[in-house]
Design a protein around this ligand. Structure first.
Ligand code: PHE
Length: 470
C-alpha cells in the first residue's frame, strides 16, 4: 500500500482547496455569465446559492472524503458497500476527465496570451476579430494546451504536499494584488460608472429560471463542487482539522475572487466600448480574451508599449497559474481513483489519465473554428447548434455538477445519515454538535436533494429543449 499523503496543515488544505476553486471559473466564467445574465441580479442569486446550497455540499464532500480517506468511487464503496452509490463517485471521476479536457483548451489560450504579449503581440491581440484568428490557429493552440497538460501532470506526480500546496501558496496573493491595481486604473476611465451600476445594481426583472440555472451551475463549477474534487482533497485532511471553518473560508475566498474579477471585466467593457448598454452586452467565451488586451493596450499612451505589454503578459501569467491550480485538482480526481481502485502507481496513473484527457481535449480544441465538423458539431432539439467544447461544457459543467450535488446530498440525507455527517464534521470541531451551524445544516439537508434535482431538471429542459417551466 502506498502512503496516501496528507496536507501539511489546515492552512495547507485551505490553500490547496482555494487553489482548486479559484481558476478560469472565477476569472473567465463568472464575468461572462454575469454579462450574459443581466448583471447585478445574477450576482445576488449567485451569492445566495453559494451560501445556502453550495456551502452545505462543500462540507458534505469534505466530510465524506476525510471519513473514508478515499477517491470518490472508493469513498462511496466504503460507506455504502454493495449498492449503486459508488456510481455517483464514478460520475464524478468521469466528469472530472471531461471537464479537464475542455479546461486545458481555455487554459492553453491563457498561456498563449501570456507568451504572445510577452513577445510583442499585445497590439495584434487587442484588434477586433483577432481572438477568432487566435482560437483557429490550431498549431499554436495545440502546443499551448500541451504545455498546460504537461505542467499539470508534473505537479500531480510531485504529490500532494510538495507539488500542489507549494505552487498555490505564492501565486494566489500576487494575482489578487494585480487585479486590485487594474481595477483602480480601470475605474479612472470614462464610463466605468455605468459598468459599476450594471454590475452592482440588481434589476430583478431580469431574473428567470434560466438565470437561476446558470447561477447554480456556475457556483458549483467555481467551487469545484459536485464531482468529488473536494472528496478527494478532503481525503488528505487530518482528523484534527476543523473542516467547517475551512470550507467556509474556501467558499468566501472563491466568491471574493469571482466578484473581484467581475469588477475588473464588466466595467472595462463599458469603458472600452462607449456604445455598450445592458441590452447589447457583448457576451460569450471570448469576453476576457477580447477586452483585457484592449484595456492593457489603452495604457500605451501613458506608460508606453513595452510596459503595457509587460503588465498584460504578467497578468495572463498569473491567470495561467490560477488555472493550473485548478487543472491539478481536476487531474487528481481520476489519478486518485486509478491509484486507490486499480492499484496503479501514482506517477503512471497521472501520466495515463493526463494522456487520455489530452487526447479528448484535441476535439474541443478543433471545435473553436479550425474544423467545421467539430465547430458545428451537434444541434440540440431546441434548434441550437453548438461546437464540441460547448457540448462537453453543457453536459459536464452545466448539467452534471448540479446532478452530482443532488446525489451527494441525497446520499448524506438518506443513506449515510445526518448523525454520521455531524459526527465527522465534529471531528476537530467538537463545538459543532448542537451548534446553530449543525441545526442549519440538518434543516437544509433534507430539502437540498429536491431543490437540486428540480434545478437539474430545469437546466436540462432549458439547455437542450428550450423549454422554460417558468
Ligand atoms: N473551480 C475551478 C475554476 O473555477 C474549476 C474546477 C471545477 C476545478 C471542478 C475542479 C473541479 O476554474
Amino acid at each position: 500500500m502506498q502512503s496516501r499523503g496528507e496536507w501539511s496543515s489546515r492552512v495547507g488544505f485551505i490553500i490547496a482547496a482555494a487553489g482548486s476553486a479559484v481558476g478560469l471559473g472565477n476569472i473567465w466564467g463568472f464575468p461572462v455569465q454575469t454579462a450574459q445574465n443581466g448583471g447585478g441580479a445574477f450576482v445576488v442569486v449567485y451569492l445566495i446559492f453559494t451560501l445556502v446550497i453550495c456551502l452545505p455540499v462543500i462540507l458534505m464532500e469534505i466530510a465524506i472524503g476525510r471519513r473514508t480517506q478515499r477517491n470518490p468511487v472508493g469513498a462511496f464503496k466504503a460507506l455504502a458497500p454493495a449498492s449503486a452509490w459508488p456510481l455517483v463517485g464514478g460520475l464524478g471521476v468521469f466528469a472530472g476527465v471531461m471537464i479537464l479536457s475542455f479546461y486545458i483548451v481555455l487554459a492553453g489560450y491563457v498561456l498563449g496570451f501570456f507568451l504572445e504579449c510577452a513577445t510583442g503581440g499585445l497590439e495584434r491581440l487587442s484588434t477586433d476579430g483577432e481572438f477568432a484568428v487566435f482560437a483557429g490557429s490550431v498549431g499554436k493552440t495545440f502546443a499551448y494546451m500541451a504545455g498546460i497538460m504537461l505542467a499539470t501532470i508534473g505537479i500531480v506526480v510531485g504529490g500532494v504536499k510538495g507539488g500542489i500546496e507549494r505552487a498555490t501558496r505564492i501565486l494566489m496573493p500576487v494575482l489578487l494584488v494585480m487585479m486590485f491595481a487594474m481595477i483602480a486604473y480601470m475605474l479612472t476611465l470614462p464610463n466605468a460608472g455605468k459598468g459599476l451600476a450594471f454590475y452592482f445594481v440588481p434589476d430583478f426583472s431580469k431574473l428567470s429560471m434560466g438565470v437561476l440555472n446558470s447561477a447554480l451551475s456556475q457556483a458549483f463549477f467555481s467551487l469545484s463542487l459536485g464531482m468529488g474534487a473536494l472528496i478527494t482533497y478532503g481525503s488528505y485532511v487530518s482528523r484534527k482539522d476543523n473542516i467547517a471553518s475551512s470550507g467556509f473560508i474556501v467558499a468566501l475566498f472563491d466568491s471574493f475572487i469571482a466578484i473581484t474579477a467581475g469588477l475588473l471585466i464588466i466595467p472595462s467593457i463599458f469603458t472600452m466600448d462607449p456604445n455598450v448598454t445592458a441590452e447589447n452586452m457583448p457576451a460569450g467565451p471570448g469576453l476576457i480574451f477580447v477586452f483585457l488586451p484592449k484595456m492593457f493596450m489603452s495604457l500605451t499612451p501613458s506608460i508606453g508599449y513595452f510596459a503595457a505589454s509587460f503588465l498584460a503578459s504578467f497578468f495572463f501569467l498569473l491567470v495561467c497559474f490560477a488555472a493550473i491550480t485548478s487543472t491539478i485538482s481536476l487531474l487528481e480526481v481520476p489519478t486518485s481513483w486509478a491509484v486507490d481502485e486499480r492499484g496503479i502507481r501514482r506517477g503512471r496513473a497521472a501520466l495515463a489519465m493526463g494522456g487520455l484527457i489530452f487526447f479528448l481535449g484535441i476535439f474541443s480544441l478543433l471545435s473553436q473554428g479550425a474544423s467545421d465538423f467539430f465547430t458545428r458539431f451537434i444541434t440540440y432539439p431546441s434548434g441550437q447548434t453548438v461546437d464540441f467544447l460547448t457540448l462537453v461544457a453543457d453536459i459536464f459543467f452545466e448539467s452534471a455538477l448540479p446532478l452530482g450535488g443532488c446525489l451527494i446530498s441525497a446520499f448524506c440525507a438518506f443513506r449515510w445519515k445526518r448523525e454520521n455527517l455531524s459526527a465527522e464534521i465534529a471531528q476537530g470541531y467538537p463545538k459543532y454538535m448542537g451548534s446553530w451551524q449543525e441545526k442549519a445544516l440538518n434543516a437544509i439537508l433534507y430539502v437540498l436533494p429536491f431543490i437540486l434535482f428540480f434545478i437539474f431538471i430545469n437546466t436540462v429542459l432549458e439547455k437542450y429543449f428550450a423549454v422554460e417551466i417558468f
